[in-house]
Design a protein around this ligand. Structure first.
Ligand code: GRE
Ligand code: ZN
Length: 326
């Protein structure tokens, strides 16, 4: 398929590049490093070869979210966003931008979202899970009350919030002890990110801001396969013994306030499951370059056994509508 749009595609700046190194052996890292730092050369050549017409770029992970010094987080986010804006300005026909946000300071994050969307033309934000506020042992999640003004601004600006993975806090890694191969993309990223999304739902966030859209990568971070059961047990359902704040069943918010992308999860059965669960209007193509091979994502997607109308929607038209692209 030509003219695809991809939206979980990462770059890095010198301040953040080191965060991605641990996922690769010394043999592979130099190539990944180069790919993360490149925007206009290899990336664009691969996009051409893959039929990807437009890429929405985002910073690598955890990057800003992992910076314990809030003033530094604010500074790195701002510089990353300014750098990205300059790159997009060179090729606005091929690239768009998600903001990196210093969520450590809800007010600064709100201002940066507003600045990047209204002044730099960014189409939303991509945030790498919880923020370490003041310490590496702190995890601050965005359902907490101090984020209400932030969500109000995201709702007012009407831009999506991409909740991207990071690893759980060290204090939460006991279950993986002795099994380091389950950290990161193999498993640990998804429950960390999926639970964060369920926290947003259960907090009643989407009752307060019904037009908010949250995007999850990796075909839903494991939520979709358990959503009936989570909804069955966690929703208020008239009984509400545990005091959940959300008024309606969890599954309703998953269908109405979430999008999922195919980033890093090139499995037709799972994509069809997402189409069945939330509808082909809410599934979006993505690769997760350079953590995944752009050609593998595209070759899989272009030939996947789904209807051609769905391929056009997932490959391009849904993103065009969601991000109000020309
Ligand atoms: C990512 O998407 O950010 C990512 C990593 C590390 C490994 C795989 C991956 O940061 O997809
Ligand atoms: Zn990613």
């Amino acid at each position: 398929m030509q003219g695809k749009i991809a939206l979980e595609e990462h770059f890095a700046i010198p301040d953040t590049i080191g965060d991605s190194q641990e996922y690769f052996g010394a043999d592979i890292w130099p190539e990944r490093r180069k790919q993360l730092l490149d925007i206009h050369e290899e990336r664009l050549r691969r996009m051409d070869a893959c039929g990807i017409g437009y890429t929405i770029l985002s910073l690598n992970a955890p990057a800003v979210q992992g910076i314990t010094d809030t003033a530094k987080a604010i500074d790195v986010a701002r510089r990353a966003n300014d750098f990205l804006a300059e790159q997009v300005a060179r090729r606005p026909d091929r690239f768009g931008a998600f903001a990196a946000l210093p969520m450590q300071d809800p007010d600064a994050a709100t201002q940066e979202l507003k600045r990047t969307v209204t002044e730099l033309g960014f189409v939303g934000a991509l945030v790498n899970g919880f923020s370490n506020v003041g310490s590496e042992t702190n995890a601050t999640y965005y359902d907490l009350p101090q984020y209400t003004p932030f969500w109000a601004e995201a709702s007012r600006l009407d831009v999506p919030f991409y909740l991207h993975p990071r690893n759980p806090l060290v204090s939460q890694q006991l279950i993986y002890e002795g099994h380091p191969w389950l950290m990161g993309p193999a498993w640990a990223f998804s429950p960390e990110t999926g639970v964060h999304a369920l926290r947003l739902i259960g907090s009643g966030l989407f009752d307060r801001f019904p037009n908010l859209n949250v995007i999850l990568g990796h075909l839903g971070e494991l939520i979709q396969s358990n959503i009936w059961r989570t909804s069955h047990w966690a929703s208020a359902n008239g009984k509400n013994p545990l005091g959940v704040k959300a008024k309606r069943p969890f599954i309703d918010y998953f269908r109405e306030n979430f999008y999922v992308t195919t980033s890093g999860n090139f499995r037709t059965i799972t994509m069809r499951n997402a189409i069945d669960e939330i509808g082909s209007d809410r599934v979006l193509f993505s690769a997760d370059y350079p953590f995944e091979v752009m050609e593998e994502a595209s070759t899989w997607f272009d030939a996947a056994e789904i209807g051609e109308n769905d391929r056009q929607k997932i490959g391009r038209d849904n993103a065009r509508r969601l991000f109000k692209l020309a």
